[in-house]
Design a binder for this molecule. Structure first.
Ligand code: UTP
Length: 277
């Protein structure tokens, strides 16, 4: 079964400069909690225990976040403020955290391949922390996808309908609907112009991948933008076997840019923070 979750977090975060000049994008707070913690909590809530984080230069804060801070914790022990660290502390105690560095930022596919030594030969989940996904009505997006994996045992990408003029920001799929919200993928294009997009079903930052994806990525040449694209490797996997696309239940905020970040902040402040969640 799926035990590990990979978090590619080595990107430069250029859309959020200057905030991301000396700080990882994944440490940007949504109200008072960094994006990476929401992502790890979603994985933990889906039953995954082993967190594998792909970092890069200037990303040390990620490792420090999932570690004990003795001085700070000593300082607030016994005070009202202790509760603010309880959630982080629980993650540190119940999950394992392993790190590797992507030395050259050659794209998402390459970042996933860099995580291979941490994953080994087993199916795994991938979460892009800058895509914040929330489902206040039920299971988180990763938990929904893991249920689906148990049934189909193949790679799965999460998809969302986007306006046609936005397809150039995403990997876009075409497929055959096999049951409600589930497509069998037969084509995938990375960041197509609206006139070239096979549909408006865009891949967002949640994946379940079978381990054969690593060899497929290793054989993938740089594609769109000169980067090694996970979409190209998944397309090969879809041609050889099966890849599913799943229209998830819940909300997704693109926190890699200002608009989605502000929407997420307002939503979390009203729905979670004010309710003490
Ligand atoms: P993005 O496309 O959001 O790129 O990457 P980015 O560099 O982080 O941000 P911008 O576009 O410059 O603002 C999607 C995810 O893939 C990771 C990023 O950290 C992010 O989680 N990534 C991307 C890597 O880990 N390595 C890469 O070489 C590229």
């Amino acid at each position: 079964m799926i035990r590990k979750c990979l978090f590619p977090a080595a990107g430069y975060g250029t859309r959020f400069l200057p905030a991301t000049k000396a700080m990882p994008k994944e440490m940007l707070p949504i109200v008072n909690k960094p994006l990476i913690q929401y992502a790890v909590e979603e994985a933990r809530d889906a039953g995954l225990q082993h967190m594998a984080i792909v970092t890069g230069r200037g990303k040390r804060a990620l490792e420090d976040h999932f570690d004990i801070s003795y001085e700070l914790e000593h300082q607030i022990r016994g005070t009202e403020k202790e509760k603010f660290l309880a959630g982080t502390r629980e993650l540190i105690e119940t999950c394992t955290f392993a790190y590797t560095r992507q030395v050259e930022m050659k794209g998402l596919g390459h970042a996933i391949l860099s995580g291979r030594p941490l994953i080994g030969d087993e199916p795994f989940a991938v979460v892009l922390a800058d895509d914040l996904c929330l489902n206040l009505q039920g299971d988180g997006v990763l938990a929904q996808m893991i249920k689906l994996y148990k049934k189909f045992r193949c790679s799965i990408v999460a998809i969302q309908e986007v306006p046609h003029d936005q397809t150039h920001k995403y990997g876009v799929i075409a497929g055959e609907l096999i049951s409600e919200g589930i497509y069998r993928v037969n084509s995938m294009v990375e960041k197509p112009a609206p006139e070239d997009a096979p549909s408006n079903l865009a891949i967002i930052g949640r994946y379940i991948l079978t381990p054969d994806i690593f060899d497929l990525i290793a054989d993938t040449q740089p594609g769109k933008g000169g980067e090694i694209q996970i979409t190209d490797a998944l397309m090969k996997q879809a041609q050889n076997g099966c890849v599913l696309a799943y229209k998830f239940e819940g909300l997704r905020f693109d926190c890699g840019g200002a608009e989605g970040y502000i929407d997420a902040t307002n939503f979390c402040y009203e729905q979670l923070y004010l309710n003490g969640l």
